[in-house]
Design a protein around this ligand. Structure first.
Ligand SMILES: Cc1cc2nc3c(=O)[nH]c(=O)nc-3n(C[C@H](O)[C@H](O)[C@H](O)COP(=O)(O)O)c2cc1C
Length: 396
């Protein structure tokens, strides 16, 4: 069943709602994880989130091949500020040997403290080759990739985690089996986005599936992901699923201060951040500054900032022209002018600023390699094509 109205959270009263999250040797006091989001969770955005709250902040996904080939973009993706601890890298790969080589490189060169493996990508150009969210259907391949990563990381004591979706569609669910396989392979935690590849980003995330996974996978933490838009949603997910921590994606787009709300909520406090537009403008400017530092190129940084504007301004009264102008911002000076022209004294607009943001859309039937569903094992025929499932992904 898909959860539309999660159970009311148990009011925490004083003290913490959950114990610290333990991911191998890493202790995360507030059991909150920033979901990896390509094009969003770079070092600049993570810094804003880190300043606001506490948790584990995962970088944008990087492909194992790009890492092994040492592409400049892959090194941008895995760049961390000196004070960022732990350094959490998400790797996507479809070939056990390449994933092993990439993870070995990360740990031997001391480039990461935590490696998350991505099995959640629903985009057709990936699934049509058997990659992303449809890969765990081939249980031998899934197991081999996870084991290869754990074997490569464990000599350095670096924990490996797995992030996945429920499966291909409701008739081809893989998450419980994949969670148990990952646990057996020695991963330190699993997180589940409560949607199938077919769901894409549509509808509401199935929190019952997270509860099912939590009941099945008993030796390692199970993290819940999907549709946490507020601290109250995070508490509700924990109450509904008994998960050990929450993974927050779109809800913090344009709201990095959500991590302060989450830290408060998990500490049993009702305090929430309700910024005036002027405070939002201040965060936008700081985000842009950090982006310029991160990319080392003002034009590129400001182009990257454009998509964030609608998220930051959601719910505030800002005219169409001003919005459009901020969506086309070209330089820091231009940004300053456009922000200064807003009605900065405007108070927090309440509900209008909250709720769903970012990717949504309708279900899509996943495009699979011909005959993919016929067997749960990988045949030579599919193996040959599989590397293209990685080459077609922009992740470094
Ligand atoms: C713009 C965008 C980029 C994403 N990139 C990744 C990614 O690189 N790796 C990954 O595992 N998931 C990625 N996701 C999925 C999120 O990590 C998360 O699982 C999903 O958005 C559901 O969580 P939410 O409802 O909190 O957003 C992405 C999602 C969005 C919206």
């Amino acid at each position: 069943m898909t959860t539309t109205t999660p159970a009311a959270p148990a009011r925490p009263g004083a003290g913490a709602v959950l114990p610290p999250l333990r991911i191998g040797p890493i202790t995360v006091d507030t059991p909150v994880v920033l979901a990896p989001m390509a094009g969003v969770t770079n070092a600049a955005f993570r810094r804003l989130c880190r300043e606001s709250g506490a948790g584990l902040y995962v970088a944008e996904m990087v492909t194992s091949r790009a890492l092994v080939e040492r592409s400049p973009e892959s090194f941008r993706i895995i760049s961390f500020e000196p004070d960022e601890v732990p350094r959490s890298v998400q790797v996507y790969g479809v070939d056990p040997a390449t994933v092993a080589a990439a993870v070995r490189m990360l740990v031997e060169e001391d480039l990461a403290d935590h490696v998350d493996l991505n099995f959640g990508c629903p985009v057709p150009k990936v699934t049509r080759r058997g990659g992303g969210a449809v890969l765990p259907w081939k249980r031998d391949l899934f197991s081999a990739i996870v084991r290869a990563a754990v074997d490569a990381a464990s000599p350095a004591g670096v924990p490996v985690t797995v992030k996945m979706r429920k499966g291909i569609d409701e008739d081809h669910l893989t998450y419980v089996e994949a969670g148990l396989t990952a646990q057996d392979a020695g991963v330190a935690a699993v997180s589940l986005h409560g949607r199938t590849a077919a769901d894409y980003y549509s509808g509401t995330a199935d929190w019952d599936a997270i509860a099912t996974l939590k009941a099945a996978v008993t030796d390692i933490p199970v993290l819940g992901n999907g549709d946490i838009w507020s601290a109250e949603d995070a508490l509700a997910m924990v109450a509904h699923t008994s998960c050990d921590g929450v993974v927050v994606g779109r809800g913090c787009q344009g709201r990095p201060w959500l991590f302060a709300d989450l830290a408060a909520a998990f500490a049993g406090s009702d305090e929430r951040i309700r910024p005036r537009l002027g405070e939002v403008a201040h965060v936008v400017r700081r985000h842009a500054e950090l982006m310029v530092e991160h990319f080392g190129d003002e034009g590129k940084a400001l182009r990257e900032m454009r998509k964030h504007m609608a998220w930051y301004l959601k719910g505030y009264v800002v005219g169409g022209e001003a919005r459009a102008g901020l969506g086309l911002v070209t330089s820091m000076a231009d940004l300053d002018d456009k922000l200064a022209a807003l009605d900065l004294d405007q108070p927090y607009p309440g509900e209008a600023a909250e709720g769903q943001r970012g990717r949504a859309g309708s279900p899509k039937r996943p495009i699979l390699p011909y005959g993919w569903l016929d067997s749960r094992e990988l045949s030579e025929h599919f193996r040959r094509d599989l590397h293209e499932a990685e080459l077609s992904v922009s992740g470094g």
